[in-house]
Design a protein around this ligand. Structure first.
Ligand SMILES: [Zn+2]
Length: 326
């Protein structure tokens, strides 16, 4: 039996931000990213095979620039053909989206929606901002474009720590540092809810928010990158942390939105260009085995579905709180 087939448990959604080779190179400050080198022809078949083995359907958030690039079309088309959903992950993948004007945001969202639809024949169901960046204007643009949800918030107190680590590891000019000073959010992001809610927009309309789940209460992350980081010390530690996260979610009635990244699933053996990245010394087979273990454990407690499906169930159930987007 696949891990996604029992209808008795609460739901959880799984998604993957399909960050491409060039975006990792750009983040790290490496020359050559401007030619937009892509590994999607390697990564997509690998991750689709892993998900098929697990019997899982998830949501892939795609960057508009990648969808607009013919070189990626064959790989991207395979994603919905395998039964997965597509989401919009911005056009340029710039984590300072919160600084964009409304006009820039409209262009960013529309170009990406159109490029994804042209490449795959499928419209994105929702949006996640690069680097968890968002703004009230962005939410309003998403709602006006018929997006079912936003998934850009990461309610954690650890954002400023993550930023300090990134500034310390990346090669950046003072201007680049200035542009990136809001990256990973502020301490106050920790006070945002972990459970889904509606953003109430200035014109009275509303948009469903599905935060990337952190452990309710302590708000530490439990997306896969963080779990794999723990597995680097000890797999038992990773599993203990995961079981704690699941227990707190169950106890607090939180249905998780669980986030994956490409480098959680693929190692330096398949992407030698990124060997220098933390964790890329772990072979793909080992990452795949850990991913399977984590998702099977989650699947024992939750029915794992793509985000659009999860959003539909949440809306139908009703009774969600609202927050003013300002
Ligand atoms: Zn991303």
């Amino acid at each position: 039996m696949s891990i996604a087939s029992n209808g008795q448990r609460p739901s959880a959604s799984v998604s993957l931000d399909a960050d491409n080779l060039w975006s990792y190179m750009k983040t790290h400050g490496d020359a050559g990213w401007e030619a937009r080198p892509s590994y999607l022809d390697r990564f997509v078949p690998h991750v689709l095979a892993v998900l098929e083995d697990l019997g899982l359907r998830i949501t892939f958030f795609i960057v508009g620039l990648d969808a607009a690039d013919d070189r990626n079309h064959a790989a991207l088309r395979r994603i919905p053909l395998a039964g997965h959903e597509l989401g919009n992950h911005s056009y340029e993948h710039e984590p300072w989206l919160h600084l964009y004007s409304r006009e820039q945001l409209e262009q960013e969202i529309d170009r990406t929606d159109q490029a994804i639809e042209r490449a795959t024949g499928v419209r994105p169901v929702g949006f996640r901002g690069p680097g968890f960046s968002w703004s009230p204007a962005l939410l309003s643009v998403l709602e006006s474009r018929g997006h079912q949800f936003d998934a850009s918030t990461l309610p954690t107190y650890l954002g400023p720590l993550a930023r300090r680590y990134y500034f310390w590891t990346a090669r950046l000019t003072p201007e680049e540092r200035e542009q990136r000073k809001g990256l990973f959010g502020s301490f106050s992001d920790g006070f945002r809810p972990v459970k889904p809610y509606y953003w109430r927009l200035p014109d009275g309309r509303r948009l469903l928010e599905m935060p990337v789940t952190t452990i309710p209460g302590i708000k530490t992350p439990f997306h896969l990158s963080y779990l794999l980081y723990l597995a680097g010390f000890s797999e038992a530690m990773m599993m203990a942390y995961l079981r704690t996260a699941i227990a707190v979610c169950r106890f607090s009635g939180t249905e998780p939105s669980f986030l994956l990244h490409p480098l959680d699933v693929i190692g330096g053996d398949q992407v030698p260009e990124l060997r220098f990245f933390p964790g890329m010394d772990v072979p793909s087979d080992r990452k795949t085995a850990l991913l399977g273990k984590v998702l099977r454990t989650l699947g024992e407690h939750f029915e794992l579905v793509p985000m659009g499906e999860h959003a539909r169930r949440i809306r139908e159930r009703g009774g969600l709180p609202e927050r003013r987007a300002a």
